[in-house]
Design a protein around this ligand. Structure first.
Ligand code: PBG
Length: 331
């Protein structure tokens, strides 16, 4: 039964700030945020990423400083992405298995700085390490092969786990990788290391600035459509998520974020598992471009979009605006 006007005036509950606070359904806090960081070689180095104004690549020592900053801001988790030196990229991406690669050194530096007070999520996929910029190994025709890639991803995951990663996050979209990685983690004594699967990851035009940030953009020929999903598909996302949950994913991710909130909602309603979304580089860049063009207020755009993720059903959001949002939300 719904009363009708004037017995019901929807504006009554909106008429003052205290009442809006009282009726608010969704609350965003710094604890909802995962901050993606780009790592580069050197010491004391901070390099701007041209296509991501305001985002920097940090050397390992400064990544550790960012971890302390995140902790102070109440951000519970960092996501790491390495900009591997060109000389260390190869067709087979072997640098992913090097225990002293940039990623592993960054993990150790964060753990030395903050211990278990902050979580470290590590991306599993070969694109920061391959000379061709694809997420997996190629056959003679240039097709990304599945099973041989999964073997590499297992090694990459164990390498990150040994360095101290808390959440392994495969972003590669190979079939069967979640089960294979889970089994390997269990065998190697990493029973408490979580897997957050990039379960519904779309072949999106919103990843361009990220590829600049990790240095794979210029290398990549073609696209990733033989493994990442068609943006037109929703049912397929539910199948991907079902498989990853069955294989042992602790949580699942939808990516990109804002254009795919319908997928977030469907996944949440269907599976009732923790769902995360990645507000990706192109989404960040769009907000910054709008601000630069005088078309919107940065703080308002950031808080509104991040709140929308939570309203859609997300447990948390990966966002380059994490430190700004955390400051605005007052840790
Ligand atoms: C790599 C990976 C990508 C992103 C996260 N992990 C790019 C891609 O798949 O090409 C994109 C993140 C962003 O755009 O912010 N597997």
């Amino acid at each position: 039964m719904i009363a009708s006007y004037p017995a019901l005036r929807m504006r009554r509950s909106r008429s003052s700030g205290w009442s809006r606070a009282l009726h608010r359904e969704t609350v965003l806090t710094p604890a909802d945020l995962i901050w993606p960081l780009f790592v580069t070689e050197g010491a004391g180095v901070e390099e701007p990423v041209v296509s991501l104004p305001g985002v920097l690549r940090w050397s390992v020592d400064l990544v550790a400083e960012r971890a302390r900053e995140a902790l102070a801001l109440g951000i519970p988790c960092l996501a790491l992405f390495p900009n591997t030196q060109p000389g260390r990229r190869s067709d087979d991406g072997m640098e992913a298995l090097n225990p002293d690669n940039l990623m592993c050194r960054a993990i150790r530096a964060i753990k030395d700085a903050c211990g278990d007070a902050i979580g470290v999520l590590t991306d599993v996929a070969l694109d920061p390490y391959t000379a061709h910029g694809q997420d997996g190994l190629l056959d003679e025709t240039g097709y990304v092969v599945n099973d041989a890639t999964v073997d590499m991803l297992i090694g990459q995951s164990l390498n990150q786990a040994a360095a101290g990663a808390d959440i392994i996050a495969p972003s590669d979209m190979m079939d069967g990788r979640i089960g294979a990685i889970r089994e390997a983690l269990e065998e190697e004594g990493h029973a408490n290391i979580q897997i957050m699967s990039y379960a519904a990851k779309y072949a999106s035009a919103f990843y361009g600035p990220f590829r600049d940030a990790v240095g794979s953009g210029g290398l990549l020929k073609g696209d990733k459509k033989t493994y990442q999903m068609d943006p037109a598909n929703g049912e397929e996302a539910l199948r991907e998520v079902a498989l990853d949950i069955a294989e042992g994913a602790d949580s699942v991710m939808v990516k990109p974020g804002l254009p795919y909130l319908d997928i977030v909602r469907r996944v949440k309603e269907r599976f009732e598992v923790p769902v995360f979304a990645y507000q990706v580089s192109g989404e960040y860049a769009m907000i910054e471009a709008a601000v630069a063009a005088g078309a919107g207020d940065r703080e308002a755009l950031v808080l509104e979009t991040l709140t929308s993720f939570k309203r859609a059903g997300c447990s948390g959001v990966l966002t380059y605006h994490a430190p700004l949002a955390a400051k605005l939300l007052g840790a």
